[in-house]
Every structure is written in C-alpha cells, then in structure tokens.
Design a protein around this ligand. Sequence first.
Ligand code: URA
Ligand code: SF4
Length: 217
Amino acid sequence: EQGAQRYVPDGAASIGELREAAAGCRGCHLYRDATQTVFGAGPAHARVVLIGEQPGDVEDRRGAPFVGPAGKLLDRAVEQAGLDRADAYVTNVVKHFKFKSTDTGKRRIHQNPNRAEMTACMPWLAAELHLLRPRVLVALGGTALKALLGPSATVSGARGVLMPWPGAAYQPELFAADGAAQLLATIHPSAVLRAVDRDALYEGLVADLRLAVAALR
Ligand code: URA
Ligand code: SF4
C-alpha cells in the first residue's frame, strides 16, 4: 500500500488498459472496504476532462463515475453549458469510495479523502491525463483543485477564470510531459445539492462550465 504508481502499467496504450490495471490496485487502504475501483469514463478523444473527488455510494456499487445524484446534476449542468457529453471524460482524484458505516450498518456516509490517499491515487489521474492530453481540465470542487494546483489552492480564489495549467511545473514527477491544458475551477455538484440556495449555486456552476466550453471553440 505504497501508492498506485507500481500498479500503473508502463507505456499503457489505452484508457481501457489503465482501467483494467486499476481494478487490482492496492496502492492505499481504501480498496479494502469499497466494492470496486471506479475508474474514469469517456471517449479517448475527449478534449475536456471533468475531475471530481472520489466515487460516492452509487458509483461504488455501479463501478462508474458520477452516476448518482451528483452525477445527474452534473449531466444537466454540462448540457446546459453547451458541452457535448461526447466530448467529455469524467473521472475522480481518488478511485475508491471512502466511507464510514452508520451504527446500524445500514448507511454508508461519505468521508473526504485525506492528503495521503490523494497522493497515493494521483498516478492514475496522471496516467489518464497523459493518454488523453485534453485541452481543458475542469476541477469540480476543492479536492480536485488541490490535486491539480497544490494544497493552498481554493475554489473561491480560483473559480470563474480559465488559467493555464502549470501541471509540469507543479509536480514534474507526475505531470512531466503534460503542459498545454487550460484549467477551470468550479464548485462540486454535491455542494449544489447540499446548499440552501441551490438555484444560485447551480447557475454559478453552469456559468463556470460555459467558460470551459468557450475554450474548446
Ligand atoms: N462525487 C464525486 O466527486 N465523484 C463521483 O464520481 C460521484 C460523486
Ligand atoms: Fe489504489 Fe486509488 Fe484505490 Fe487507493 S484509492 S487502492 S490508490 S485506486
């Protein structure tokens, strides 16, 4: 359990190859309680990559990213922003669901991944980005933004503008050859679901996503 790197196949030629290898990852302790690895999904030619935090309860059961309530909201926002879903690859910083069971064991409560778990899992995201070479990265929420920019980055400080992604400068050992992408930070769709002021947050998410769409033209 010393990180995902030794599970990432050298010179992988496809996302499918990565996904297969990730299914057996034991790079950190999170594989033990989760049902399965939830790898990224989307077309190999995707020009935009949407990055969340980690799979939730529904994703853990179904084995696909953003297919639960947050995913439904994200689908709607993406479409409303004018993004062709066929152009988007969707993934997470951490590939296993982290949770705490309730006392009765009936419900599984999402827990935020910590820094060590994020670091352990990052080689998978790096390998995905290396193969996809997208034009635009969308960080959905603070975990994704910190993974891409560093621990002091905040969504409130970074959202709403498209910036050049300094991937190679930030972590050369992970992102050596990946330079040209633009980065857009926005809120996590789950934050919209939790908010009192849902409509306003939702409109903000759509407005941010429109900037990503504009960068693809
Ligand atoms: N939240 C995430 O960050 N990712 C998912 O895949 C689902 C919910
Ligand atoms: Fe591997 Fe990531 Fe799962 Fe940890 S969370 S076991 S590093 S795939």
